[in-house]
Design a protein around this ligand. Structure first.
Ligand code: NDP
Length: 288
């Protein structure tokens, strides 16, 4: 399998990192990118730059896409769609779950097979032990190319539904992005009082570790639909959320994130969940 040719379309930071890992694995790597100069370093390292997307696709049975979104994919592949027949496209571009299902239909219509993926680490970690990648789509096709894809990151195949990889990817990003935003907000509260963000950072790590420790139990509450209070309650958590909003307001900050959290707790209290555990937010979030 190591000598199997592979094409990488899209040489942003992620695509370039993946092309590098595939080159290091001994594959014949063909690349294409809208901005051609981004291929220069890879060509120097042994990749072949195709003149057109159609030529890039024709060069390999496996085509890896690493594009900003699926719009970019259609922009590139629509004029080259005639070259897709019998190709396997592993699409590591981010978009919505429904976009993945529609793209699978599109690829099927052009005689290609579509495996959806989402890489869960930044470019510098691609190809390291920290890297993992969600995949979904036809299992037999995924299994055929899994040994080739493995060096990019630990493969996490989630099922045949093409949307599953995007769903897992977006779920992870939802936690990542809101946590990053909350970290920025908390750092700004303290910075307004003269505390350097680096002085606060060790405490931020402690609270992230606390969240990490309680995630499994919280997930059991979600699954059981039971949110027994006792040591903490939604009513108490609602007041805590209000105090974070007040702290942000007193510091003159943009409070969008803590206000959104407070709105969830207000909804829980309005629904009568005062004495439930804070995990009850799951129930109010499920109902728009
Ligand atoms: P970028 O947005 O930097 O670039 C991706 C590629 O998309 C570039 O090659 C760019 O071409 C191309 N592109 C965008 N629009 C068009 C278009 N209309 N026509 C042709 N080509 C287009 O993305 P990254 O490399 O950072 O990421 C790739 C994917 O991986 C994204 O879906 C991202 O969400 C995901 N991801 C990114 C991570 C990161 O930390 N960067 C981490 C994990 C996943 P050009 O060079 O010409 O602009």
């Amino acid at each position: 399998m190591n000598s199997t040719p592979v094409t990488v379309i899209g040489l942003g930071p992620m695509g370039a990192a993946m092309a590098r890992v595939l080159l290091a694995g001994g594959h014949h790597v063909t690349v294409w990118n809208r901005t051609r100069s981004k291929a220069d370093d890879l060509v120097a390292e042994g990749a072949v730059l195709a003149a057109t997307p159609a030529e890039a696709i024709a060069a390999s049975p496996l085509v890896v896409l690493s594009l900003t979104d699926y719009r970019a994919m259609y922009d590139i592949l629509t004029p080259a769609a005639g070259s897709l027949r019998e190709k396997v496209v592993v699409n590591l571009s981010s978009d919505s779950p429904q976009a993945s299902r529609e793209a699978t239909e599109w690829f099927t219509g052009h005689g290609a097979q579509h495996v959806v993926g989402g890489v869960m680490v930044p470019p510098l970690l691609v190809g390291t032990d920290a890297s993992y990648v969600f995949y979904s789509g036809p299992k037999a096709v995924f299994d055929r190319y899994e040994p080739m894809l493995r060096p990019i990151g630990r493969p996490e195949y989630r099922g045949e539904d093409p949307a599953l990889a995007q769903l897992f990817y977006q779920a992870q990003l939802g936690i990542f992005l809101t946590t990053m935003a909350a970290h920025a907000h908390s750092s700004a509260i303290l910075a307004a009082a003269g505390v350097a963000p680096t002085d606060y950072a060790p405490f931020a790590v402690e609270v992230v570790d606390l969240v990490r420790a309680i995630v499994p139990d919280t997930a059991r509450h979600f699954e059981a639909g039971e949110h027994p209070g006792g040591l903490s309650s939604a009513a108490m958590m609602r007041e805590s959320a209000a105090h974070v909003v007040a702290a942000g307001r007193e510091a003159g900050l943009d409070n969008a994130v803590p206000e959104a959290v407070l709105a969830y707790y207000d909804k829980a209290i309005a629904a009568g969940y005062n004495t439930s555990d804070g995990s009850v937010l799951y129930e109010v979030i499920k109902k728009a």
